[in-house]
Design a protein around this ligand. Structure first.
Ligand code: F6R
Length: 593
């Protein structure tokens, strides 16, 4: 939700390091930002409302600075404003925070007797509380240990103390934080893009650890101040992952990366044996729950259709924020699958923990290596799509689709419902799948039709409905046009009353067995004046506009059908002049409930 960066080292360029880091994390929050750095033996704080570029204007980069912490915010407590922006300071303590403190009101009540608060944030409460503890203990380490005991909720914190300006302290719970070092100094960040220019190796800070960063090294301790030795993780992507590489937007770059993602998967899985090596045997479970949020939930809906059709195993797909608070009727024959790009989504993580308490086996499909969901699951399959910067997910979605397709094939094979001949055919098809032509099509004509509309509908049946759900979400989140996806047959049970002359209806038509049924629904809306746009591999003379996609095996159709929907959303948002990579009110990694 928010992005944190910290640096302490030999370089006098700390301001640039921190600002560059913030810019690379801006996808995590962009309503305000701020920086605190050591200046003439004190801590100087500068904050601004709006994008990091606003903060940048206030800084004097000729100042020789070698230590600081910085933050880009996605507001939870208190409106986006200079006052509510981080860092927050209380006397000797200055800190930045990502997460939500659940007991902040209670703590604030108590502290208000002694301190005057300046902001509406839960973060200022942490700064005041830590300062209060520090005044009593006069030891920053043990004060942080005490702070951890007092806070309820989620946090990643980078802390500076005016009495030990040669150090930065870091702790976390349920919000991500990585730590890295090179010859020049030590770094902390919410995510890899902020450090990738300096090093590919990093440590993952765990919840029972405290990191102490200094100019020459970083040390990790447990609460009893015993040093902990940690393993370095190597980031497998490249430093270009955090750059636009000539594309106008990260979203467009990431859609284009879908080509290489498919190639990478195809190169890794050439035979059924390759799949059997990587995909654990989950054939003994007789019920599968898939739990996720947003687009990842849509992948779950697609997985349900695939697994039920090809593997004949019942699957429930659940929105994580609902799942965590309901009865789920799991048994020791159930498997719970969690899908998440970030691996940090609060509701998905809470659902995972709930299921684990019930001793049910868990498997996660995650993009970010070492993220909480990945670490806490019994089994994990990494989607390896590389860092995704645009808030709207695209390439990670395609990678998730590939994983659930492979999973369906392996599961079907193990249950003797799919033979190796069919699997080899699909693996070959993935190998020769060329999506360039889909990506390179001109979607500006569709965008022109959609850009001034108030409301747009997406239709599909069965797996096409799941694809329609994703198309609709993509459009609304980045172009701010209201849109709804409907199972084609459901429209006439109410929603069809909203169709009027020239209402755009985008239908996904890929599934041979039910094509005729959806065509009837398309004709129904046509009769009421709709402008029909159809995404399909078949001839559609009944449509007003057709986006032709290649005909591939049914099991692969979601991959080719969703790409035009991603690009329609992109082009429409572009025509409207929206901030495509950072849509209003959204953040990439939703680490709060
Ligand atoms: C939409 C989008 C979100 C995420 C959702 C889950 O483009 O990106 O709907 O899919 O917030 O996030 P993860 O996958 O990180 O759990």
């Amino acid at each position: 939700m928010c992005g944190i960066v910290g640096y302490i080292g030999k370089s006098n360029n700390a301001l640039k390091i921190l600002i560059d880091g913030l810019k690379s994390l801006e996808y995590r929050g962009y309503d305000s930002s701020g920086i605190a750095y050591v200046f003439h033996d004190d801590i100087k704080i500068i904050k601004e409302k709006g994008k990091v570029s606003e903060l940048e204007k206030d800084l004097d980069f000729s100042e020789k600075i070698n230590s600081g912490i910085a933050h880009t915010r996605w507001a939870t407590h208190g409106v986006p404003s200079k006052l509510n922006a981080h860092p927050h300071r209380c006397e000797k303590i200055t800190l930045v925070h990502n997460g939500i403190i659940e007991n902040y009101a209670e703590l604030k009540n108590e502290l208000e007797k002694k301190y005057k608060f300046k902001s509406e944030t839960d973060t200022e409460v942490i700064a005041v509380l830590l300062n209060d503890i520090y005044k009593e203990k006069n030891d920053i380490f043990s004060s942080i240990v005490e702070l951890k005991k007092r806070l309820k909720g989620s946090y990643a914190l980078a802390i500076m103390c005016s009495d030990s300006l040669d150090k930065i302290y870091a702790i976390r719970k349920d919000s991500p934080l990585i730590i890295a070092e090179n010859k020049e100094g030590t770094f902390l960040a919410s995510d890899v893009p902020a450090i990738i220019k300096y090093t590919k190796k990093y440590y993952l800070l765990l919840e029972d650890e405290i990191a102490v960063l200094s100019c020459d090294n970083v040390k990790f301790y447990n609460d009893s101040k015993e040093e902990i030795k940690k393993e370095l993780i190597t980031f497998e992507g490249s430093s270009n992952d955090a750059e636009k590489e000539g594309y106008s937007h990260f979203m467009l770059k990431e859609i284009n990366e879908e080509k290489s993602i498919i190639k990478k998967f195809a190169a890794r899985y050439k035979t059924i044996e390759d799949l059997l090596k990587d995909y654990e045997d989950i054939s003994s479970y007789d019920k599968i729950d898939i739990v996720a949020c947003g687009s990842a939930y849509h992948v779950g809906v697609i997985a349900k259709y695939l697994i039920e059709e090809y593997v004949k195993t019942p699957v429930s797909v659940e929105i994580a924020s609902e799942y965590r608070y309901k009865n789920n009727f799991l048994t020791n024959k159930s498997l719970a699958i969690f899908i998440s790009q970030s691996g940090e989504t609060a509701d998905t993580l809470a659902s995972l923990r709930k299921v684990k308490e019930e001793k049910v086996k868990t498997l996660s499909i995650v993009n970010v290596v070492g993220s909480s969901i990945a670490r806490e699951s019994d089994m994990v399959i990494y989607t390896k799509a590389g860092p995704e910067i645009a808030v709207a997910t695209t390439k990670a979605f395609i990678a998730q689709l590939l994983v659930i397709t492979y999973m369906t094939l392996v599961l079907g094979y193990r249950k003797e419902l799919i033979d190796s001949c069919y699997i080899n055919k699909i693996l070959k098809e993935i190998h020769s799948l060329d999506i360039s032509k889909i990506i390179d099509k001109d979607y500006t004509k569709v965008a022109e039709i959609l850009k001034d509309k108030k409301s747009i509908f997406y239709l599909g049946r069965n797996i096409d409905y799941a694809i329609a759900l994703e198309g609709s979400l993509k459009l609304k989140e980045i172009s701010y046009i209201h849109s709804e996806a409907y199972a084609s047959g459901e429209l006439k049970h109410g929603t069809i009353s909203l169709i009027e002359k020239n209402t755009p209806v985008i239908s996904v038509l890929t599934k041979d067995a039910i094509v005729e049924k959806t065509i009837s629904n398309i004709k129904e809306v046509k009769a009421r004046g709709a402008f029909n746009i159809v995404v399909s591999p078949i001839e559609c003379d009944f449509a007003d506009l057709v986006i032709n996609i290649p005909k591939v095996s049914d099991i692969l159709m979601p991959i080719v059908a969703v790409i035009p929907l991603q690009l329609i959303a992109f082009e429409t948002a572009k025509k409207k002049g929206c901030d495509i990579d950072k849509p209003r009110n959204l953040a990439k990694s939703v680490t709060v409930e």
